[in-house]
Every structure is written in C-alpha cells, then in structure tokens.
Design a protein around this ligand. Structure first.
Ligand SMILES: C[S@@+](CC[C@H](N)C(=O)[O-])C[C@H]1O[C@@H](n2cnc3c(N)ncnc32)[C@H](O)[C@@H]1O
Length: 253
C-alpha cells in the first residue's frame, strides 16, 4: 500500500465538463454573439441537419433548435450532457457521448454543417487530434456542406509564462485563476481555484491548445475543404492581424 501523496487525476476529455458544468450557464450565459452564431449557422444549414462538436449544456444548440434547425450534438462530458437534458427534457437537441478527436464515436452523417465553436478545437489534446477532427468533419459533410470553426487567436509565444490572477476577493473568500503556458506547444494548463469560508476548496482544471489559422487552413485544404469566409466574430467583423479570435467557414467541394 502506498503511503505517499495521491497523484492528481490526469487531464481527460471530460475534465472540462467536470470542472464547469455546474456553473457554465451562469458564467457564460446565452448572449447576442450566441444568437448571431445561431442565425449564421441556420442560414448555412438551409433546412438540413447540423452537428455540433462539444455541444456542452446546449447554449448554441438550443438557440439553433429555436430557429427550427435539426441539431445533433456530441460531448465527452456526462456532466455537460446532463445539464443539457435538464434544460431540454423534450430532446429537441439529439445529444450523446462522443469525442471530437475520435470519429468512431461520432453520429452518422452526412450533415449540412459541422460546428466547432467556443474554442472546441483548442480543447483537443494536441495538433494531431485537431487535424484528425478536421478530417472527420470533412468526411461527415454532404457535398457543398460547411465546417464552421470559431476559436481564439493565440498571442505570440514569449517563453514559459506562469500567472496567478485574482478573479475576485471579498470578506467571504478569494477566487483565483492560475495558468501555465508550455513554451514549445503554446498549450495553456489552467485552474480556477475557489477558497471560500465554510466550503471545501474547489479546483476547476482546464487546458487549451491554440490553433494557428495557417495550420487550420492547411488541414482543411488537405481534407478537401475550401475557405469561403473568415471574420473576427459572429457578427461578420473584419478579420485582421489584431483580431483576438476568428470565425472561419469552409465548404466541402
Ligand atoms: C467551452 S464549452 C462549449 C459548449 C457549447 N458549445 C456552448 O455553446 O456553450 C466546450 C465543450 O467542449 C467539450 N469538449 C471537451 N473536450 C472535447 C472533446 N474531445 N470532444 C468533444 N467535446 C469536447 C466540453 O465538455 C465542453 O462541453
């Protein structure tokens, strides 16, 4: 029997959901950007089925369903999927377990649109998984179908960066965000830490791996997808070198 300190649990595909499912809708409520995303995707779907990778609590998927779009979603987190089902007892969104990096777990296509929003690609373990996901998305599109990717644009790597930010502090406790950037891959390991009087400490780990738009374009071209438009946001803002994020739409020829 080991008398040593227990190893922390390894970061898994369902770690993000375990960390945030209980607060996700409170911290990231449906907003104008969500509604603009739903309108844009609904236009592309043109009455056909949409697959959302990393459907989560259904923030975007339920907006799509409200517009009359048939949405299928996958997510590796049962916590997230349970939160979605609690909001969608009638099952308007057909959601189930799946890993965006493992096409064997995807629902059967073809789809008119595959959506990887909210930095979904950055949630995957590494560039190989991200490229596999792009290829699987292309293979699940009907001819003329679209892949829509929304993600942040990573800042240039300056070397190893560790930060501790105070998110809020009051007489009841403190909430911190710790981050550690890997200087070779740009992967960011982070944790939201809550130390609140009268409650056990809570740590919410997360991890993101940035995707350069040049890599994304190359993977898409390799999978038979052509870039049709790239904006800075869902409202169609102009994309340029200073953009913090991008919404990129590719078409299967
Ligand atoms: C930032 S949330 C976005 C949720 C949702 N798209 C929305 O509209 O709010 C990211 C989601 O991706 C999921 N996720 C993480 N790793 C994944 C993977 N390997 N495959 C599919 N989804 C994944 C998480 O469980 C989480 O639900």
């Amino acid at each position: 029997m080991s008398g040593g300190t227990e190893e922390p649990e390894r970061y898994r595909t369902d770690t993000y959901g375990r960390s945030f499912a209980d607060v996700y809708d409170e911290w990231y409520p449906t907003d104008d950007a969500t509604r603009a995303a739903a309108r844009r995707i609904s236009r592309l779907a043109d009455g056909h089925r949409v697959l959302e990778l990393g459907v989560g609590t259904g923030r975007l998927a339920l907006e799509l369903a409200d517009l009359g779009v048939t949405v299928v979603g996958l997510d590796p987190s049962t916590d997230m999927l349970d939160a979605l089902r609690a909001k969608d007892p009638g099952g308007r969104v057909e959601a189930g377990p799946g890993d965006a990096a493992d096409p064997g777990t995807w629902p059967e296509g073809p789809f008119a649109v595959v959506v990887a929003a909210d930095n979904l690609l950055c949630n995957l373990h590494d560039a190989a998984d991200q490229e596999r996901c792009v290829a699987a998305a292309a293979a699940h599109l009907r001819p003329g179908g679209h892949l829509v990717v929304q993600a942040f644009v990573a800042a240039p790597l300056l070397g190893r960066e560790r930060n501790l930010e105070v998110r809020s502090v009051d007489a009841g406790g403190v909430r911190l965000i710790a981050t550690d950037v890997d200087p070779t891959t740009g992967a960011v390991a982070g944790a939201h830490v809550e130390l609140v009087d009268g409650r056990p400490p809570r740590v919410r780990p997360w991890r993101v791996v940035p995707v350069a738009v040049e890599d994304l374009d190359r993977w898409c071209v390799g999978s038979g997808l052509t870039l049709v438009e790239r904006h800075a946001d869902w409202d169609g803002g102009e994309f340029g070198p200073a953009a913090a994020g991008h919404v990129s739409t590719y078409r299967r020829s």
